[in-house]
Write a protein that binds this ligand. Structure first.
Ligand code: 3H9
Length: 705
């Protein structure tokens, strides 16, 4: 890095006896190599200048410092390291003040903790969120935070990754003062000069002892036990607790050495690679070709057609985003139920003490119920969420075409249906788009934005803007049966059915999938969603199903008995007395045995690893087909779909990232081996074969896009 680059990201200037050091590394002042070098140079400069008595550190732009530069992880380390810079900073003989006006996260907070005095402005956000990236604070955070705020509170900050407001940080002891000001430099200078006038000396966090050591150690024991239970295969949380214990028990330098060793272990773990991939992928999905061509249309008033579970969830999302919503239902009884579904969500928050009656009333003032389409002539955007039936939806869109003003965006919430056909029911297909929300729509983060053939680019960007306002994670998808998520789901679910018929019980399969890191296995999910939903889809597809394709009938046998899962008390599992966790059902195993016998299958054993190889190979192969057909723009869009909507373990980065980490040649070799049993189902995706032949991975397609 040239001196010039260093100089431009860290600027210094003298203001009286204070050396003002400002970090200017947009967009978030991440601590890349040039910033670290610049900070070190600034400390040396202050040290060498007798006229300087204090150093003030501030961040330019919106952030103080958002942490280490995540893009540098996994690449060769470039000195100086952050711990080295911060030891030097803390050791400075001049007093060091940090003035925090925005995010001070991870390494950014560690910079502040190494300063001798800290002030926060109202928009400051302080946190140590490294755990979300598979890491632990690696520049002294695990040693300094417990000395300032206590071991238990520090461990909680690191294990949850939560951000503290300026007020909360003051109460916790992380900052010395909260200043109601807008300009961090001015406020910081005033504070530094005040300290100088009072004869303040350097005050080093490393010299403090953690308060009440015996109680701290007892609390850490409890926390370690809880963390082991909760962290479901995650590597860094327990290491965090270990580091905090070191802060209590060991001298500072030994604690720092321990932190370093465990940080490096985390850095080298595949979980770090998976989690950082997820972090960037979630920010990439909003980068779509249409964004270059078209600004979003204006929208403030929207309509939601349908007040069922989906319609109500979407309405809550829209109200929470500050929009005005008219909900349309077909009659008085249905609209009353729709409104009750919306209010139920807010009443739940009130009951938990997370919302006041006044706040609810203010939100509901933006909600209008109606039983007439004529009430929505002036809305800017409509989201249809009626029954999942093409003819019903087409009829709704004919009505929308009749009543909506020109330029209104007309969106359909569907999980499978042909949006081109829905658009063709109107005289304005350029305004029609698909928005696939996931249930419960006010909670689930994923929003598949499905782009039909004739839609205009500004409608696509409007849908992305809507997702942003609703704080959803948007993924652009093309039209096909099931789009990205449900199309791929159908295939790996089929693989699970084959494994079941070939010898593994549904309970063994669910356990293997949970062991991989999912919260639930596929048969548990079926029971939760309701077996009747999949049954309806299978019946719909029966006519077009390839007669040569293998078809497992176990789920149909179960549905024929009226066993639709949790809501009926039994499905693949038994749920006695409304239990939420199911128990294995011998009668289901008997059904599976009977089906095997009917098909002449001799059951064989599967290890959890064998189950997962098949499950994942099916997922990745279909993912490659989805990419090839342009249904997903990039592999990372598939990853984000599964991370945000289907419970895929985040530390594995998503199915396509998982495949890259295994090696695509290995995944393809598995598919070819399985194809010996069933060549039709296990037909390798040509894209996967091509990538393997060229020695490339899926990530090369992320970069090329
Ligand atoms: C760490 O500090 C380890 C240390 O303990 C030890 C070291 C030895 N690096 O989110 P946004 C990019 S680990 C590089 O859309 P917002 C981001 O990709 C780190 N890039 O904005 C995006 O780029 P693009 C611990 C980063 O306003 C742009 O900045 N820190 C980093 O919604 C804007 O981001 C964290 O985990 C980074 N650290 O939210 C904090 N951070 O425009 C991670 C962001 O090309 N960051 N970018 O798409 C955040 O939580 C949010 O970005 C933040 C801003 C709240 C700061």
């Amino acid at each position: 890095m040239s001196d010039q680059a260093q100089a431009s990201v860290v600027q210094t200037r003298r203001d009286g006896e204070v050396l003002v050091v400002s970090i200017n590394n947009p967009p978030v002042n991440a601590l890349g190599h040039a910033v670290r070098a610049g900070l070190l140079a600034a400390v040396e400069q202050a040290e060498a200048d007798a006229a300087v008595r204090a150093v003030l550190i501030v961040g330019e732009g919106k952030a103080f410092i958002a942490g280490a530069d995540i893009r540098e992880f996994g690449k060769p380390a470039m000195p100086p390291s952050l711990p080295e810079v911060l030891n030097r900073l803390e050791g400075s003989s001049k007093i060091v003040v940090a003035a925090i006006h925005g995010p001070a996260l991870g390494g950014g907070l560690e910079v502040a903790l190494s300063a001798h005095y800290r002030i926060a402005l109202p928009a400051a956000k302080l946190g140590l969120p490294e755990v979300n990236l598979g890491l632990l604070p690696g520049a002294g955070g695990t040693q300094r935070a417990p000395r300032l705020m206590g071991a238990e509170a520090a461990a909680d900050l690191m294990l949850t990754g939560k951000h503290l407001s300026a007020k909360a940080a003051l109460a916790a002891g992380l900052v010395d003062k909260l200043v109601e000001a807008a300009d961090a430099t001015a406020a910081g200078l005033a504070y530094a000069n005040e300290l100088l006038a009072a004869g303040a000396a350097p005050r080093r966090t490393r010299d403090l002892e953690v308060a009440d050591k015996a109680a701290a150690l007892a609390a850490l024991d409890t926390l370690a036990a809880e963390t082991a239970k909760k962290s479901r295969g995650l590597f860094s949380p327990l290491k965090i607790v270990e580091c905090v214990r070191a802060a209590v028990e060991l001298p500072f330098d030994e604690g720092i050495a321990k932190e370093r060793a465990l940080f490096v272990e985390c850095l080298n773990s595949p979980q770090r690679a998976g989690l950082i991939h997820a972090f960037f992928a979630e920010r990439e999905t909003a980068k779509i070709p249409e964004a270059k061509a078209a600004a979003p249309r204006h929208f403030a008033k929207i309509a939601v057609i349908g007040g069922g579970t989906m319609g109500a969830g979407i309405t809550v999302s829209a109200l929470d985003a500050g929009l005005t919503v008219t909900m349309v239902e077909r009659d008085a009884e249905s609209i009353a139920r729709g409104q009750a579904n919306v209010e139920k969500v807010y009443n739940g928050l009130i009951a938990k003490g997370r919302m006041t009656e006044e706040a609810k009333a203010a939100i509901m003032a933006r909600y209008t119920p109606s039983i007439s389409y004529d009430a929505i002539g002036d809305v800017d955007l409509v989201i249809e969420a009626v029954f999942e039936d093409l003819e019903v939806k087409k009829a709704v869109f004919k009505e929308l075409d009749r009543v909506c003003k020109p330029g209104a965006v007309l969106a359909t919430n569907t999980s499978y249906l042909d949006i081109d056909a829905i658009a063709a029911a109107t005289a304005r297909p350029q305004d029609v788009i698909g928005l696939h929300f996931f249930s419960p729509a006010n909670i689930m983060k994923l929003l598949e934005i499905v782009v039909p053939a004739k839609v205009s680019p500004d409608v696509v960007t409007t849908a992305f803007e809507l997702a942003k306002r609703m704080k959803k994670v948007p993924v652009r998808a093309g039209v096909c049966d099931g789009f990205i998520g449900n199309r791929i789901l159908a295939v790996y679910k089929q693989a699970a059915d084959y494994i079941m018929e070939d010898g593994a019980s549904p309970y063994e399969i669910d356990a293997a999938v949970r062991g991989f890191g999912y919260p639930m296995g596929p048969f548990q999910v079926t029971d939760l969603a309701g077996g009747d939903i999949g049954w309806a889809t299978r019946k719909r597809r029966a006519a077009t199903r390839d007669p040569k394709a293998r078809y497992v009938e176990v789920a149909d046998r179960i549905c024929e008995r009226g066993w639709f899962g949790q809501k009926t008390g039994r499905g693949f599992y038994l749920y006695p007395q409304g239990a939420r966790v199911g128990q294995p059902d011998p009668e289901v195993l008997a059904i599976v045995d009977a089906e095997r016998a009917k098909k002449g299958v001799t059951p064989r054993q599967f290890t959890p690893d064998e189950i997962m190889r098949r499950y994942m190979a099916a997922m990745v192969n279909e993912g490659a087909k989805v990419l090839e057909e342009g249904i997903a723009l990039r592999p990372l869009d598939i990853d984000v779909t599964f991370l945000s909507g289907y419970g895929f373990p985040r530390f594995r980065g998503g199915p396509m990232k998982w495949a890259d980490m295994q090696g695509l040649d290995k995944v393809l070799a598995d598919i070819r081996e399985f194809a010996k049993e069933d060549a039709l189902f296990w037909k390798p995706a040509p894209l996967l074969e091509k990538l393997v032949a060229e020695g490339r991975d899926f990530d090369s397609l992320n970069k090329a896009a």
